[in-house]
Design a protein. Structure first.
Length: 202
């Protein structure tokens, strides 16, 4: 299918690059790595930590674009069978996930878990299956959306673009102003601040 090959060459490398950027950005930000004395203990704890169901869904969705793009590139270049392609996507996703989880050991605000590695690998596989089943439709829709967006931009005048930019700047300025002016100056010093679970004794 020559049209599919063209769409894969146009979109899949970009999808893979975005996937490789989004994964570390969302899992390692703000990148404040610190070396602790109990690194081995943290790794041991990660074997027993169960992943929250919400995190499972988020991890699957996070790795699906990477698996989608990898499947397109591998099948386009190697002409591999579907199962072979799925295995390579799983291995690459697991390798990336293992690197991320290892780095999370050095992040005090993160918890590295072994189960995340498998879940992330399956997210890549789900993305690859999505490409194998609906790749042409998804990429065709993306191309159509890009063409429509380009036509819309050509129709917009400089006044429209300037008004949109000004509106964005006003919203951003208002948000920053609210954050910067929010303080605890009105805090009642006589009111107790309770941290954790506390119950009054009878």
């Amino acid at each position: 299918m020559p049209e599919l090959h063209r769409l894969v060459a146009q979109w899949c490398p970009t999808i893979v690059i975005l996937g490789l950027l989004i994964v570390p950005l969302t899992t390692l930000f703000p990148f404040r790595l610190s070396v602790e004395d109990n690194i081995l203990d943290q790794i041991r704890r990660g074997v027993h930590i169960q992943t929250d169901p919400v995190d499972v869904v988020a991890n699957l969705l996070l790795f699906m674009p990477l698996g989608f793009g990898l499947a397109g590139m591998l099948q386009n270049a190697k002409r591999w069978q579907r199962f072979t392609c799925l295995m390579w996507v799983f291995l690459i996703s697991v390798l990336l996930s293992s690197t991320v989880e290892l780095l999370q050991v050095f992040l005090p605000t993160r918890a590295a878990t072994i189960s995340d590695v498998f879940v992330n690998g399956m997210g890549g596989v789900l993305g690859a299956i999505t490409f194998q089943r609906w790749g042409f439709e998804v990429l065709s829709f993306a191309s159509l959306g890009l063409e429509q967006g380009q036509r819309l931009l050509l129709r917009l005048s400089m006044k429209h673009l300037a008004a949109a930019f000004l509106g964005y700047m006003l919203v951003a300025f208002a948000a920053v102003t609210v954050v910067q002016t929010t303080t605890l100056q009105n805090w009642d010093a006589s009111y107790p601040l309770i941290v954790g679970n506390w119950f009054p004794q009878n």
